[in-house]
Design a protein around this ligand. Structure first.
Ligand code: HAM
Length: 398
């Protein structure tokens, strides 16, 4: 049996045309984060498994000779670890971002894969609601930069403290709190979860959540910053136990996607995991998979030109070394150039450039080398013109 050419289930290959799209997404992420004063950090994709097993894993922590490592499923514990390690040297609040890949053992489906890249932007060291406001503004600015109109999505906000308060009063058994949270998270889409949740309450029909002061202030501060699509969502819980206050998600309203593009929230107690004092923190993660789906749905992905500007066609092998010299000179002036070394027919060399969507072809033969004037062919219009070597960069750029 020959070996399969398919990638592993739930992970993607990035052919050049796919990588261009991904690089474009990363560029917009990076530029927008940096425009808000966030600086980039990174870490290895490998982490000790105990990082995700939290405080309940003392047996594992104490195990010797059996150090388990895992592929990171998210970046927040890594970030917390890094900040905890340098806590004394950092000037708080820190504004950090990263674009890591991460691995989750999911059933692959639209918008959900086993490997994805995720922009993470976080502020550590601020208790102020202004941190949430800033991060949500950053998230919205990123979507603005991609050209996504604000009425196409909503910013859902909730507060874990509000849920906790209501459940403390309404649950028959207070120990069911985290179970109730998980059920609430699913209750809108899943009738069985809704019924199960109600069965945990003293009076099943009476469960109502009203915005607390933090949520009201958050929504009004966002409005002041021109963000008017923030809505209170009582069933927004978010999956991680470390969230301790405001949580938020940006939700694409299109029926084909209808899922979160971003998710985040406040996690004030996570650094205590490392024996450090409390460092309040807020952040969000935004995945490349769901974002690309959204951009495709709305036709917002630009057409990417080739990164190669010019393809040098050699009329015969005798001019090869001259052609290389010409190409090296033009590269120094910032042009990206591939030189054909195949000795195929001129027409076939041009076809290759066309197939690769390279916009220009430069024909190099003995006459051109002698005169210093070359034939430049624009592959889009088919137009050919004679251009002196010194004028090539400006002609190609125009
Ligand atoms: P999360 O909600 O698990 O949060 O992930 C954030 C975003 O990553 C999601 O909204 C989605 O776009 C994308 N995502 C998650 N899982 C997958 C998957 N299997 N395939 C494709 N995309 C996915 C976190 O991970 C938090 N650590 C974010 C955070 C940062 N909270 C505070 N700071």
């Amino acid at each position: 049996m020959p070996v399969s050419t398919q990638p592993y289930k739930g992970v993607r290959d990035f052919y050049p045309e796919d990588k261009r799209v991904q690089n474009y997404i990363f560029d917009v992420w990076r530029k927008t984060c940096e425009s808000f004063g966030y600086v980039e950090y990174d870490a290895s994709v490998l982490e000790p498994a105990e990082l995700y097993e939290s405080k309940t894993s003392e047996e594992i922590v104490n195990e010797r000779g059996d150090r388990r490592v895992t592929l990171r499923p998210e970046m927040t514990p890594t970030l917390a670890r890094m900040v905890a390690a340098r806590k004394r040297d950092l000037a708080f609040p820190v504004r950090w971002y990263s674009v890591p890949n991460m691995f989750r053992y999911e059933r692959p489906q639209r918008g959900r894969l086993r490997e994805h890249w995720q922009l993470n932007a976080d502020i550590l060291g601020s208790d102020s609601l202004d941190a949430e406001v800033e991060l949500i503004s950053l998230a919205v600015s990123i979507l603005d930069a991609f050209g996504l109109q604000r009425e196409l999505y909503e910013v859902r906000v909730n507060d874990r403290r509000l849920l906790q308060e209501v459940f403390e009063k309404t649950l028959t058994n207070p120990e069911d709190l985290s179970r109730a949270m998980r059920l609430l998270d699913r209750s809108e889409k899943d009738k069985a979860a809704d019924e199960e949740l109600r069965s945990l309450l003293k009076t099943p029909e009476d469960i109502s959540f009203d915005m607390n002061d933090s949520l009201k202030t958050l929504i009004s501060k966002l409005e002041t910053r021109g963000i008017s699509n923030a809505v209170f969502s009582a069933t927004l819980v978010r999956g991680f136990d470390y969230y301790s206050g405001i949580v938020f998600e940006i939700f694409d309203k299109h029926p084909d996607n209808n899922r979160a593009i971003f998710g985040g929230g406040r996690y004030d107690n996570l650094l205590e995991l490392f024996g450090e004092d409390r460092v309040p923190a807020v952040g969000f993660g935004m995945g490349d998979v769901s974002l690309k789906d959204v951009l495709e749905t709305y036709g917002l992905l630009p057409d990417f030109p080739s990164t190669t500007h010019l393809y040098v066609v050699c009329v015969s092998q005798d001019v090869r070394s001259d052609a290389e010299r010409v190409a090296d000179g033009l590269r120094k002036q910032g042009l990206n150039i591939a030189v054909d070394f195949t000795d195929r027919k001129v027409g076939d060399q041009i076809k290759k450039a066309d197939k690769d969507k390279i916009p220009y072809v430069l024909i190099v033969g003995p006459d051109e080398i002698a005169s210093g004037v070359f034939t430049l062919k624009d592959l889009q219009s088919g137009e050919e013109k004679k251009v002196a070597l010194a004028d090539l960069p400006s002609t190609i750029r125009s």
